[in-house]
Design a binder for this molecule. Sequence first.
Ligand code: FES
Ligand code: FES
Length: 174
Amino acid sequence: MTKFTVNGNPVHYKMPPETPLLWALRDASNLTGTKFGCGAGLCGACTVHVDGKPQRSCQVAIGTIEGSFVTTIEGLSDDRSHPVQQAWIAEQVPQCGYCQSGMIMAVAALLKENHRPSDADIDAAITNICRCGTYPRIRKAIHRAAQGHVDSGVPSPETTLAEAARIAPTLKSR
Ligand code: FES
Ligand code: FES
């Protein structure tokens, strides 16, 4: 039995110690936000944090992380309010979405270490693959998150009221 903490919850896995973390998370914990892509450590779709570091969970045997703290995309924030998630929404990054939870986890780890990464830093750190080619939007979203531009694109209540007041005469005249 292997014990570690997932998204703040202690978990005992009754799986063989060589089981990849990816399958423990998906099959035993039903945390299906972490995706299977290549199974060979190449694509990054399975990226989670182990003790705060990005790890390709298809390559991590659960027996090697006894006592560790694992965070998946489901645990990054309770309400999708993490700055990287907000930047992703604002820049409308995803296309099919399959690679995106791994991308977001990799980027969240990068920004924890490097608050203002250059393009070269991003290229060196984010080696995840996106078959839809969302790389330009990913880069924009990383810079947005780094600058603290976490506007979700949803109008504030003040904006909504001002807009309602502006169009009210138009509506009344119909
Ligand atoms: S599924 Fe783990 S790196 Fe591709
Ligand atoms: S959004 Fe489709 S693979 Fe990245």
